[in-house]
Design a protein around this ligand. Structure first.
Ligand code: HEM
Length: 481
């Protein structure tokens, strides 16, 4: 059988393999790989191979069919640790299964439909601040709205007055993640954690030392630099905000049907214990950040593309005008097919989670290649979404790619902005409904146009956010709609 050695290596290796190129270009290296090698290739971090699966069937095979043979990579868990701790995004095995089961009812499609009035309320309040003729920074506005929605729906809290401060902290987090990706520090720490995890059945004192060392290796190295101070300040800002929500709920009680009440009331299936404060914090932080940041980026791209494609803009506005000015319900939103296409097409071109990485926890075969235990793989979603054979003229913004007929023709695994398999995004339906309501309310109330015609590209270092502010001039719509 063919082995990893038989998988073609991307050109341009240096002493550190492709680590330098990956660190500087991030997602773009996978575009080059797809162009040069097609469906399957590998890049190297020093001497470690990273197998890149850039075909729908290979992505599906690894993430869905053979999901039991893979876990999230240790490098990802270390990078996200200061923020996500051991929350749902970064946990594994039995703890992950229990956490996912606990949260699943909050993300059931029927439960999510019930969030529509709360989502609409936050959206309306924020849009009330858009005055006729002003220039808005779409990214800032989308962040304010999506953060406000996540805080309201998941925590019954209000962040509208603090969103700039919180979003600065999250930007610092992304800069840290971008800086750590493929860095020597991460490669070394992940390797050490891997070695320590393999040591089992140690005597008690050694076991405690092992655990303490693993914990220390997950923490950012406390370098005396301005960046590191900024990072720790950002973690404090986010921790303070989350802690305030938790304390407020503990003091003022009330069994509300939201995430926070579920977390505080949850008991372990086996021993009946409550979650520790640390666990509640990790879960709450994970959901708070994952629950708004990605939706903010993708709706910002929606506005960017709408403003630059008059045909798309007109069709979108016409579809929403079909609601005759009525605030959309969840049922209305499901009928906004073209609007949903706008959102899905923005997620195709700039998926905020631009790659999904895993490590094999046992020997496994993928695409006919034998991958030994501990082989790292990656599904570069951003490059996958640009495979010409599936998405012709891939750079063109075209929401009709997501008409039901066109979707039915696409092979499974070809489009996965929310991932695939058991670790698929728990908030996909939440994000989609929120984006539909948001785009519908904007279409009903405003016209907008770009302030400048200069194109804006993605910033590969910060989860494909627009590299520059997306500035739009908005005008209140006076026509009856
Ligand atoms: C456009 C919006 C969003 C995008 C593109 C997105 C993307 C993703 C992707 C690709 C994953 C899988 C990562 C992997 O397999 O390694 C994921 C996981 C996750 N997402 Fe989202 N997400 C979005 C919105 C949301 C929202 C609104 C929430 C919560 C309210 C959320 C919460 C989570 C959580 C908790 C996980 C981890 C799930 C698990 O491992 O069981 N996301 N997301």
């Amino acid at each position: 059988m063919k082995t990893v050695e038989d998988i073609p290596i991307l050109s341009g290796q240096t002493f550190s393999g492709h680590a330098k190129e990956f660190r500087t270009t991030q997602a773009a290296i996978f575009l080059r790989l797809a162009r040069e090698l097609g469906d399957l290739g590998q890049i190297r971090f020093f001497n470690f191979p990273l197998v890149v699966l850039c075909a729908p069937e290979l992505a599906h095979e690894a993430l869905v069919e053979k999901q039991k043979s893979f876990e999230k990579s240790i490098a990802t868990k270390i990078m996200f640790y200061p923020f996500a701790g051991r929350g749902l995004f970064t946990s594994e095995g039995e703890p992950w299964r229990k956490q996912r089961k606990l949260m699943a009812p909050l993300f059931h499609p029927r439960t999510i439909d019930g969030y529509a009035p709360m989502m609409n309320d936050v959206i309306t309040r924020c849009l009330d601040d858009w005055k006729d003729g002003v220039i808005i920074d779409a990214g800032r506005e989308m962040t304010r709205i999506t953060m406000g929605v996540a805080a309201k729906v998941l925590f019954d809290a209000d962040t509208l007055d603090e969103s700039d401060e919180i979003s600065d902290a999250i930007r610092t987090m992304f800069n840290y993640l971008g800086d750590q990706t493929g860095s020597v520090s991460i490669v070394v720490r992940a390797t050490l954690v891997q070695l320590l995890l393999q040591r089992q059945n140690l005597p008690a004192p050694l076991e405690r030392a092992r655990e303490a060392t693993i914990e220390a290796l997950h923490q950012p190295v406390p370098l005396p630099t301005a960046e590191r101070r900024k990072l720790f300040a950002a973690v404090r800002t986010l921790d303070d905000r989350i802690q305030r929500m938790i304390t407020d709920r503990r003091q003022n009680g009330g069994d509300r049907p939201d995430l926070l009440s579920r977390l505080l009331a949850a008991r372990d299936e086996d021993d009946g214990s409550f979650m520790t404060d640390r666990q509640v914090r990790d879960e709450a932080m994970t959901l708070f950040i994952a629950g708004h940041e990605t939706t903010a980026t993708s709706t910002t791209w929606c506005l960017y593309f709408l403003a630059r494609h008059p045909e798309v803009y007109r069709r979108w506005q016409q579809e929403v005008d079909g609601l005759s000015g009525k605030t959309p319900t969840a049922a209305d939103a499901t009928r906004l097919e073209y609007t949903r296409g706008v959102f899905r097409e923005a997620l195709r071109l700039y998926p905020p989670a631009f790659a999904i990485d895993r490590v094999a926890i046992e020997d496994v075969e993928v695409g006919g290649y034998h991958l030994p235990k501990l082989t790292s793989i990656i599904v570069p979603i951003h490059a996958l979404h640009r495979r010409e054979a599936i998405f012709p003229d891939p750079e063109r913004f075209d929401p009709t790619r997501f008409s039901p007929e066109n979707e039915a023709k696409r092979p499974r695994g070809a489009y996965m902005p929310f991932g695939a398999g058991p670790r698929i995004c728990i908030g996909a339906t939440f994000a989609t409904l929120e984006a539909e309501l948001l785009l519908a309310q904007i279409a009903q109330r405003f016209d907008f146009e770009p302030v400048s015609d200069a194109p804006i590209g993605p910033d590969y270092a910060t989860a494909l956010r627009p590299e520059k502010p997306v500035l739009l001039r908005v005008r209140a719509r006076r026509a009856a709609n």
